[in-house]
Design a protein around this ligand. Structure first.
Ligand SMILES: [Zn+2]
Ligand SMILES: [Zn+2]
Length: 736
């Protein structure tokens, strides 16, 4: 029995999980941990939400709530997503606990005592009107490399260069906009260079590391390590346990990696064996594995080992099988064309095992992989449903229909014996691949066995045996069910929910989780009654990838609140309106036959803000309101729930910045459609029905939608607030 500690990178509590987090760290950790539990290893898996740091305080300042409110909100969301996805931690905690604070401070003080921390004075921006030091992210200015105007003090989002705040040109306080001045402030710096030689030896000795992880780490080491600040002027985070540092906090990157140790200690306390953490940290035979994305490598192969070396007596990472990135249809880690890739959203549409399958089969182990909806549908429908699910279901349903119980196994011929051998081969392959953290390869071996199962079933043709030789037919079905049983054991680390369900359908006792790898040896219970089998997976329909709707993204739509309505001075039929779209604009509209000026004054509208401005009878119109028109009637577009003026109606796309000529706008088809009760994802346009790509609205209501052939994308703002109408209007009415 081996002892193993599985460490999963700490997700930041500043937004929901998306597919990148799951395929990058959560899923590999879980597969690896489940497998090791199954083969009887002594293993624990820990992680938690990273609650500290300036991205959270910046979000909190913007939303005018405490950082704790933001962090807690996402921590709860993470905890739920983890449970819904079937990611099984021994402890999923957070960095905002008393225990974590104590462990972090203990490490800090020990490093200080051993001379690995040095106090230094450095210049930092201070805002006189805010009366505070400004951490990097609190300063904005022009990038010294590319000139981008909103570069942050830590990084330029335009050119990607890392920055130091004093390098910014025309730096401004991000909170109040005033010009900050540099002032001296004291901070502690960890002397990473103390560990340079020891780190090189350590990394070179680890022959089993993924090549890209090792090469990257050695490259950083070759450039030479420098001291790095581990405290900052902030009020949110772990307090610095030194007099005079009451207004400072420990830097988030320093305390987050300590989370692995503090979580293990917390786990041990919760288990009622407070010293048991030493089994995973102080016993050199325990191997620790760290699962994370490539942007996190340096923290786990250099910084965390440095802290551990400095502290002494604790195990260094045994392996850091970092993954590369999953690119989202060309856009790294962002929402793709109106289709959310956030896990909570995806879980409302797909079973967790469906997501787990795709994210394993497409895991970016050695190079970047791409998440595309087309590929998703293809792999789920052609591999998981047509091969894996199909073999399970045809075996179980044929047996149920013709026997109603598990048939007895008679004499075996060569083909049957070969099938049993094939099971052992698959088990060995999966075991070897998972032990080496080769998840895609392991998954492939499981699928190959399912494929083999189908070939076996076809070649023994039970449908032609059932009328002629029922005993022989029973034998081949028994062998087929034995393959099903092997699949449910082998697939358990990847797809635990369906594995348990198949195990039950096979009338096996207990659970796959409990019997583990021994499930291979447990015999089928011949003569046991079967229940009507249910298919494990259904084909998925993802409709259009959403990417088609890109042409609509050219429109920059905003919520507008009418401020004033006047008669146009030179045209009887026209109104002159002032509208707040985040700023006040002037608009001309021809609504006189449909609305009085007083009616309009209370309206919330949807405005195209980037059309080529038109001058109508001597007055410039700076925006165009959207309205549906049919049969001489007119209805104005409005949000389904109240949204503030200036809110972007992006429908999940990146809104256009460029000016759109009116001719281009006229080419776009936008219509009023009625959602159809009982037909999810369907929008009735009167003359035809179309399929919605995302988030079908509930039945019966009228919505504004972009239309492309037989597909539609319902217009929506933040929090999925849909766009509807202020009056009833003919279904299918054109919007312009
Ligand atoms: Zn730049
Ligand atoms: Zn300020």
């Amino acid at each position: 029995m081996a002892r193993i500690l599985v460490c999963c990178a700490w997700p930041y509590a500043n937004g929901p999980f998306h597919v990148g987090h799951v395929t990058g760290s959560l899923l590999p950790s879980d597969i690896f941990a489940r497998f090791n539990r199954m083969i009887g290893n002594d293993i624990i898996m820990v992680s938690g939400s990273d609650m500290h740091g300036t991205p959270i305080t910046v979000s909190a300042d913007k939303a005018k709530v405490s950082p704790e409110t933001i962090a807690n909100k996402y921590h709860e969301m993470h905890t739920k997503a983890i449970s819904d996805l079937g990611i099984k931690f021994d402890l999923y905690t957070s960095t905002h606990t008393r225990n974590h604070e104590q462990v972090t401070q203990d490490l800090f003080l020990k490093l200080l005592e051993k001379g690995h921390l040095e106090k230094k004075s450095t210049p930092q921006f201070y805002c006189d009107s805010c009366k505070r030091f400004l951490p990097d992210r609190y300063v904005e200015g022009n990038c010294p490399h590319c000139g981008y105007e909103r570069a942050r003090g830590d990084q330029c989002d335009n050119c990607g260069n890392d920055l130091n705040a004093p390098e910014l040109i025309d730096a401004k306080c991000q909170i109040c906009g005033s010009v900050p001045a540099l002032r001296e402030t004291e901070h502690y710096f960890i002397q990473l260079q103390h560990f340079q030689e020891e780190l090189i030896e350590y990394v070179e000795a680890n022959k089993h590391w993924r090549l890209h992880v090792k090469a990257f780490t050695l490259n950083v080491l070759k450039e030479g390590l420098k001291e790095r600040a581990i405290t900052r002027d902030l009020s949110w985070g772990v307090p610095v346990p030194v007099k005079g540092f009451e207004n400072k906090r420990i830097y988030v990157w320093f305390d987050a990696v300590i989370g692995y140790l503090s979580a293990t200690k917390e786990w041990a306390k919760l288990e009622g064996k407070p010293d048991d953490w030493t089994k995973y940290w102080a016993d050199p035979s325990c191997k620790s594995y760290y699962f994370l994305g490539k942007d996190n490598i340096v923290f786990h192969t250099i910084i965390w080992p440095s802290i551990l070396m400095g502290y002494g007596g604790l195990n260094l990472p045994y392996d850091v099988p970092a993954n590369q990135f999953m690119v989202i249809e060309g856009q790294k880690f962002s929402k793709s064309m109106g289709v959310s890739i956030d896990i909570p959203d995806l879980l409302t549409r797909f079973k967790p095992d469906i997501l787990r399958y795709y994210l394993t089969a497409n895991m970016p182990e050695l190079k970047d992989s791409e998440f595309s909806w087309q590929d998703f549908a293809l792999r789920i429908n052609n591999e998981l449903v047509a091969t894996y699910g199909n073999f399970l279901h045809r075996t179980l349903s044929f047996t149920f229909k013709n026997y109603g119980e598990i048939p007895a196994r008679g004499a075996l011929d060569e083909r049957d014996k070969q099938a049993l051998t094939r099971i052992s081969v698959a088990a060995d392959e999966v075991k070897a691949a998972l032990s080496a953290c080769e998840f895609r390869k392991a998954m492939k071996s499981v699928m190959d066995l399912a494929q083999y199962g189908n070939q076996y079933f076809d070649s023994v043709a039970p449908w032609s045996l059932v009328g002629t030789d029922k005993a022989r037919c029973g034998t081949v079905l028994n062998i087929s069910m034995t393959i099903c049983k092997a699949l449910s054991v082998l697939a358990f680390p990847f797809m635990p929910f369906s594995s348990e369900s198949v195990w039950k359908q096979l009338r096996m006792d207990g659970s796959v989780e409990d019997v583990g790898w021994k499930g291979f040896e447990l015999p089928l219970k011949e003569g046991e009654k079967l229940e009507k089998p249910v298919p494990q997976f259904a084909k998925v329909e993802v409709g259009s990838s959403g990417a088609d709707f890109q042409q609509f993204a050219a429109l920059n739509l905003k919520v507008g609140k009418v401020l004033d309505v006047q008669q146009h001075p030179n045209a009887d039929k026209l109104y002159l309106m002032k509208v707040d779209v985040g700023k006040t604009i002037t608009m001309i509209s021809g609504l006189k036959d449909h609305y009085t000026a007083d009616e309009l004054k209370t309206k919330t509208l949807i405005i195209v803000t980037n059309l080529e401005p038109a001058t109508i009878r001597g007055v410039k119109s700076e925006g165009m309101l959207l309205a549906a028109e049919a049969d001489g009637k007119l209805a104005l577009l409005m949000p389904d729930k109240d949204l503030p003026a200036g809110t972007q109606i992006s429908s999940g796309m990146e809104p256009g910045e460029k000016v759109v000529p009116f001719k281009e706008f006229q080419k776009l088809e936008i219509r009023a459609g009625r959602s159809v009760p009982g037909e999810p994802s369907t929008l009735d346009l009167g003359i035809r029905k179309v399929k919605c790509t995302v988030d079908a609205p509930e039945g019966g209501k009228l919505y504004a939608a972009f239309v492309l052939g037989d597909k539609a994308l319902v217009l929506q703002g933040p929090d999925k607030v849909k766009i509807t109408f202020d009056r009833d209007i003919t279904v299918g009415a054109k919007i312009r």
